[in-house]
Design a protein around this ligand. Structure first.
Ligand SMILES: [Zn+2]
Length: 505
């Protein structure tokens, strides 16, 4: 008999400091694909869905894939958007209820709707009401999840990514699928134990590609080979979500049918939690000021490849506005030419440029329009339009390979030897095609600014002569104290520095 499995992807990382709302239009602009359309687009690339399908093929399931819904990290999710997407998943669960053997969900873990603090917990509670307490539910999470008590109370299995840059989505999906299959066969009785570490987001110091933090994730993978230990997930959390349960967590999914597994799971979680806490002062990046980064760019010799400058604080992938100008202003002041700056998310400027033709010289205000207090105000610039585009690109790197997205109306605007990629829709720089598709060839440049914290490394580090990281003071600045926290439980590192957590809870 083949198992009947419901699958869905509902992914959003919410920056509660960001103005506005992530509405249904924001999901539609990025990804809101139903059933077979989602499978056609994401079923054989590096996604959780592809991993779910791999697991399903191996075990001969009958799968109903409801929806793949992702929006770029942004402001809290509107009630309409949440209810619509959660409603699709719940309606399918209600329809399938009598013949359903399991549910497999790809969630982020840091989705904050405008009516509650825990979108994933809310979705799981709604599903539980429909399918009852016993049906196996297996969940994948982003490494930046804020995994709440409510979430681990509602689903039995959790598996998070183990890489940052995230390059193991498909593998994570397979892992969660394998465990779901074992649970449906009743060869395991999975439960998930949760330990919280009072740190906002530095469980991996912002990356897993340096030895200090790679070791943490390698140890998690090693524990998964122990008897009765099914998955060990280290969630770095997401510092830009100001919610009560914000903070790093360790989740251990164990087999409650194996004697001693629960006690061992607790020991593993406590040990990893303690290691994370002890590493709290470790910083894996050197943050340059915009002026320091600009001078480095001006003087850089690109013989071995361009200088890649990460505008860390303005990462649209962390919900920053992606229109901060402090670094661009510094590059112009320094006279750093043969460069590119990608992107500036400014639909108004893109629209103005699209009212002209390629080759024309235009003067306009660029960037800094949403909240100039974070990363600088608009710059009045005169330059030449090098390229106009509808913004469509298809990735060819480790994260976006084979996936087509769009920046909406897009222009390459050249000012003083700097090609500025002006786009309409938000997007983090993850893939070389996000510049190459618009005629910007990184190898021909002295330097390239990418709005990204860490993900850019997967595709851009291999072609870089050198990588540097800049804190431009934009909304996702590593200086957490610049953001006005009000909800997160205190004390928490690094907002509070002089405390000892007695126990991890
Ligand atoms: Zn993430």
């Amino acid at each position: 008999m083949s198992f009947r499995v419901l699958t869905a992807e509902f992914i959003h990382e919410s920056n509660t400091f960001k103005k506005g709302s992530t509405d249904l239009a924001a999901f539609r602009a990025e990804t809101l694909d139903l059933g077979q359309a989602a499978i056609d687009r994401f079923g054989d690339v590096n996604t959780e869905l592809a991993g779910f399908l791999d697991a399903g093929r191996a075990a001969d399931w009958s799968i109903r894939h409801v929806v793949s819904a992702h929006a770029t990290p942004g402001a809290r999710v509107s009630r309409d958007a949440f209810d619509h997407i959660a409603g699709l998943i719940c309606a399918a669960a209600r329809e399938e209820k009598d013949r359903l053997d399991g549910i497999l969900l790809a969630l982020h873990g840091a989705m904050v709707p405008d009516f509650c603090e825990d979108g994933e917990g809310e979705l799981l509670s709604r599903l539980r009401e429909i399918v009852g307490p016993e049906l196996p539910i297996s969940v994948t999470l982003d490494l930046h999840a804020i995994a709440t008590k409510r979430m681990t109370g509602e689903a039995q299995i959790f598996v998070s990514y183990k890489t940052y840059p995230h390059v193991d989505m498909r593998e994570t999906g397979r892992h969660a699928g394998r465990l779901l299959d074992a649970a449906m066969r009743r060869s395991i009785k999975p439960r998930t134990l949760r330990v919280q570490v009072p740190m906002l987001d530095e469980a991996n110091a912002g990356r897993t590609d340096v030895p200090e933090t790679a070791a943490l994730y390698e140890s998690a993978a090693r524990h998964e080979a122990e008897p009765g230990i099914l998955a060990v997930s280290i969630n770095a959390a997401f510092a830009e979500a100001d919610v009560e349960e914000a903070g790093a967590t360790v989740l251990v999914t164990f087999d409650a049918a194996v004697a001693g597994a629960e006690a061992r799971a607790k020991t593993i979680a406590d040990t990893i939690g303690t290691r994370i806490w002890e590493g709290r002062g470790y910083v894996a990046n050197t943050f340059l000021t915009p002026q320091e980064a600009a001078l480095t760019a001006r003087d850089f010799d690109p013989a071995a490849g361009p200088l890649i400058i990460a505008d860390y604080a303005d990462n649209p992938g962390a919900g920053a506005y992606g229109d901060a100008t402090a670094l661009l202003a510094a590059l112009l002041d320094a006279g750093a030419d043969r460069g590119a700056f990608a992107p500036v998310i400014d639909p108004e400027a893109a629209n103005i440029l699209h009212n002209h033709r390629e080759g024309e010289t235009v003067t306009l205000d660029i960037g800094g329009k949403v909240d100039p207090t974070f990363g600088g105000g608009p710059l009045r610039l005169t330059g030449r339009i090098v390229k106009l585009s509808d913004g469509t690109y298809t990735g060819d790197g480790p994260i976006l390979g084979g996936i087509t997205h769009t920046f909406g109306p897009t222009a390459v605007f050249r000012v003083a030897g700097i090609d500025i990629l002006v786009v309409s829709l938000p997007g983090q720089m993850l893939d070389l095609q996000q510049v190459k598709a618009f005629g910007i060839e990184p190898e021909a440049l002295r330097y390239l600014v990418v709005k990204s914290m860490q993900h850019f490394r997967a595709a851009f580090e291999p072609i870089a002569g050198k990588v540097i990281v800049c804190d431009s003071g934009a909304l996702a600045t590593p200086r957490a104290e610049l953001r006005p926290y009000g909800r997160v439980r205190r004390p928490i590192w690094p907002l509070d520095r002089d405390f000892t957590p007695a126990v991890f809870v």
